[in-house]
Design a protein around this ligand. Structure first.
Ligand code: GDP
Length: 448
């Protein structure tokens, strides 16, 4: 998988690393080459655009680390961009926290690999999570499909709801739910009927089954070989069904990978698994980091840049801790902190780490500080003069109006930011006065 993308990018990185210094123009050209590579891999245009905006921002922004070669830094920027495109870092487990049976609804076009994937999933849950799983086929129009699920069940040792001829999909669903409940199954996998093309009847039926069975997960199974059609199918299903995730099949035969790379950004849905073969154990948990690593084939470089970046953060943290211990905290410090927070995965992640500073956290919650505010706040602070950033008291009404116009926000937003800064500065001062041992720790945790 990703052969073409991998070839093109390795060639590019080889050429870049031969050069010591990269000008802004070199970086821009390199990114443009990445853009072509992504388009050739059949990644959707809006997704590529999003990637380019972010990559350019990173390449010109704050994150330049002097300790590593510029070429390596470009690798890291592309790596981060790919992870972002693929929807974050950590694989998310299947949500089985329901009163048993937890229902998993499988939807998708006929031939997408839905029935095979149902069995793969059942095997996985039985083998690795020790769940008692039942499967049921709702494909009343194709007796062969029901028979196929039955055979797969026998092959992997997972029970399949007995077939009763003449029942419709809703009747089968009710029977499956009842039997799974009565017989103490943890999980019930419902394999809905597929058609060869998107059609209203199939959507309406799947949607009715979803209403009756209240699934904890509704997965769309899509064939990665169909590229952007798979993405369109997913988007169309998602309009009618509250999907919770995607499973991409046949990635084993897909040299381009455009569907996988476009799915998340286009549909907003996480890819949960990928199917990599016809065998029942050929199902992999989707892991954006692993995939990005495989596309780039530059694991060592990424690790190196990450380490340098952590060292830089640590040095900054120490510097900031020193300032804070003197009770100093100006708007430059706040801006720096906001940038750090953005880099470290946002407010929620960071504040969750701070059991000892509930007060500051509560103040932040009260002021409704959210991740998307970071960029605007950073823009506000950078619209101030150096002296204003050091001495926020200087900010009278006319200065505020000027800054608001410069940053494209309302004056009220500036007032909110100043209030937030004041409260944080006060909190830090108080902690400094109390000799705050917690202060250094807090600064470290905040990545300051
Ligand atoms: P359904 O009509 O959506 O239920 O599709 P099936 O489950 O019957 O799968 C159709 C064909 O695709 C079968 O021959 C499967 O063995 C094959 N298939 C399913 N998933 C994969 C996969 O991840 N890789 C490969 N190579 N083949 C797959």
């Amino acid at each position: 998988m990703f052969d073409s993308l991998n070839d093109r990018l390795s060639g590019l990185f080889d050429r870049l690393s031969g050069r010591g210094v990269l000008s802004e123009k070199d970086v821009d050209e390199a990114l443009r080459e990445v853009r072509v590579a992504l388009l050739e891999a059949d990644v959707a245009l809006p997704v590529v655009r999003q990637f380019m905006t972010k990559a350019r921002e990173l390449a010109t922004g704050e994150a330049i680390i002097k300790a590593v070669k510029p070429a390596d830094q470009v690798v890291k920027i592309v790596y981060d961009g790919l992870i972002d495109m693929l929807g974050g870092e950590e694989p998310t487990p299947i949500d089985l926290a329901a009163v048993p049976p937890a229902v998993i609804l499988m939807a998708g076009l006929q031939g997408s690999g839905k029935t095979t994937t149902s069995a793969k999933l059942a095997l996985r849950l039985t083998k690795f999570e020790r769940k008692k799983v039942m499967m049921a086929s709702l494909d009343t129009r194709r007796p062969a499909a029901m028979e196929q699920l039955k055979l797969l069940g026998e092959q992997i040792g997972v029970d399949v709801l007995p077939i009763i001829a003449g029942q419709n999909a809703v009747e089968i669903t009710r029977r499956a739910l009842q039997s799974a409940k009565l017989q103490g199954y943890d999980v019930l996998i419902l394999d809905t009927a597929g058609r060869t093309t998107l059609d209203e009847g199939m959507m309406a039926e799947a949607s009715e089954i979803a209403t009756i069975s209240t699934p904890v997960e509704t997965f769309l199974v899509a064939d990665s070989l169909t590229g952007q059609d798979a993405v369109r199918t997913a988007a169309a299903f998602h309009e009618r069904l509250p999907l919770t995730g995607l499973i991409l099949t046949r990635v084993d035969g897909d040299g381009r990978g455009g569907a996988m790379l476009s799915m998340r950004a286009t549909t907003g849905l996480p890819i949960k698994f990928t199917g990599s073969g016809e065998k029942v154990d050929a199902l992999d948990v989707f892991d954006a980091r692993r995939i990005a690593g495989r596309i780039l084939g530059q694991g060592d470089v990424v690790a190196l840049v990450e380490k340098a970046s952590q060292e830089l953060d640590a040095a900054k943290a120490e510097q900031m801790a020193k300032k804070l211990s003197k009770g100093q905290f100006d708007l430059d410090d706040l801006a720096e902190q906001l940038k750090q927070m953005k880099r470290m995965g946002g407010m929620q992640g960071i504040m969750g780490l701070l059991p000892g500073v509930q007060k500051v956290k509560k103040q932040m919650d009260e002021m409704n500080i959210s991740d998307k505010m970071f960029d605007r706040q950073i823009a506000v602070i950078s619209s101030m003069t150096k002296i204003e950033r050091k001495k926020p008291d200087l900010l009278n009404a006319s200065r505020k109006r000027r800054i608001a116009a410069g940053a494209g926000v309302e004056v009220s937003e500036i007032n909110r930011l100043l209030k937030q800064h004041r409260q944080m500065a006060d909190a830090f001062k108080m902690m400094a006065r109390s000799g705050g041992k917690g202060l250094g720790n807090m600064a470290k945790m905040l990545g300051m």
